[in-house]
Design a protein around this ligand. Structure first.
Ligand code: TYM
Length: 346
């Protein structure tokens, strides 16, 4: 994998943020802290922002059609309830902008089999029976590159697990630019970091918090009520020691690191700031603080999500408006790509 930096000529690209989430159900605290909370922060900064419900990605594994429609709206409600403002950010579902699939095809012809075979997420998701995985699951990262480059996005906020896909996006842009002798696609910057770039399972600090973990106790779902949140944090795995006063003291203590990271991210603090405050406390004292902070932050979001889901007509209107605004940016970029590649267009 190459590690190119932005060249001076790349400053021609305006600051534009793109990111996406699959409407494949089970929104977790990991999705909120690793992604959506950061989407909101970038909306407030000096960027043009596009956030997408990537339904084409979701169907790389089986989705029941009615449930997929429900979850696409639910994800839109999550975005808005978390603070994304449809007047500021462009919110839309991927399939409503056909240019994603069109550019995805071009990138299928740019990306190399060897690159795709190295993708750890494919290996994890396909599991032991890779022969039975869909072709779409294998090509998933090329479509993801298309999502981003279709808007000439310069910045992509994601959780740590998407790092390899973003490196591939850079490789595709570099190879396309090189093969056709152009400086057309930007070399995108991943925006990954902060105390919750990788929120871990509450039952096992070495595993990512994930909607697909068989144990519901391993994760906080955005739909969990106050009692469930409290119960899950109470049962979260810890170690017998008191909390340290500095981040170095979390070394070799993955569960402690995870809970402190969650607490810090929820309160917009750094891990060091938190430890300066709670260092020396036992988990029996720290866990109730964590529950209070989580409930204070998450309860208004789930209440607002439920309210927004009452009016699906309004959600559909927001998505339609978003897809029109997205297409206005995407269509000329796809047209230019077709020109560069040599597609005859009437
Ligand atoms: P998805 O739907 O699996 O996850 C959405 C976002 O949530 C982040 N995330 C986490 N962050 C921290 N800790 C966790 N435990 C955790 N779990 C999930 C993910 O990193 C991600 O940012 N391939 C993407 C969707 C996608 C996309 C794109 C993203 C498609 N096209 C273009 C950015 C740009 C995915 O599967 O995300």
């Amino acid at each position: 994998m190459s590690d190119a930096v932005q060249t001076p000529s790349q400053s021609q690209f305006t600051k534009r943020v793109f990111s996406g989430i699959q409407p494949s159900g089970g929104l977790t605290l990991g999705n909120y802290l690793g992604a959506v909370k950061r989407f909101v922060e970038m909306q407030q900064a000096d960027y043009e922002t596009l956030y997408c419900m990537v339904d084409l990605h979701a169907i790389t594994v089986w989705q029941d059609p009615e449930t997929l429609r429900f979850r696409t709206r639910e994800l839109a409600a999550f975005f808005i309830a978390s603070g994304l403002d449809p007047a500021k950010s462009i919110l839309f579902n991927q399939s409503a902008v056909p240019e994603h699939a069109q550019l995805g095809w071009i990138f299928n012809c740019v990306a190399r089999m060897g690159w795709m075979q190295r993708m750890t997420q494919f290996k994890d998701k396909a599991g032991k029976n890779a022969q039975n995985a869909s072709l779409g699951l294998f090509g998933y990262p090329a479509l993801m590159a298309a999502d981003i480059l279709l808007y000439h996005a310069t910045h992509v906020p994601v959780g740590d697990d998407q790092k390899q896909h973003l490196e591939l996006t850079r490789d595709i842009a570099i190879k396309f630019n090189h093969d056709f002798g152009v400086d057309f696609f930007p070399i995108t910057e991943p925006v990954i970091g902060g105390p919750a770039a990788r929120v871990m399972s509450l039952r096992d600090g070495s595993k990512k918090m994930s909607k697909s973990d068989p144990s519901d106790l391993s994760r906080i779902n955005m739909s969990d009520d106050t009692d469930t949140i409290a119960q899950k944090f109470r049962k979260a795995k810890t170690d017998p020691d008191a909390l340290p006063s500095e981040a170095d003291g979390l070394e070799g203590r993955p569960e402690a690191r995870n809970l402190v990271g969650i607490y810090a991210a929820l309160g917009d603090e750094t891990v060091d700031q938190v430890l300066a405050d709670v260092g020396g406390k036992q988990f029996s004292e720290f866990k109730p603080m964590l529950v209070d902070r989580a409930v204070e932050k998450l309860a208004p979001i789930s209440t607002e999500m439920a309210r927004l889901m009452q009016d699906t007509t309004e959600l559909d209107r927001v998505l339609k408006d978003g897809s029109q605004r997205a297409r206005a940016i995407a269509a000329p970029i796809l047209k230019k790509t077709y020109d560069i590649v040599g597609m005859l267009q009437s």
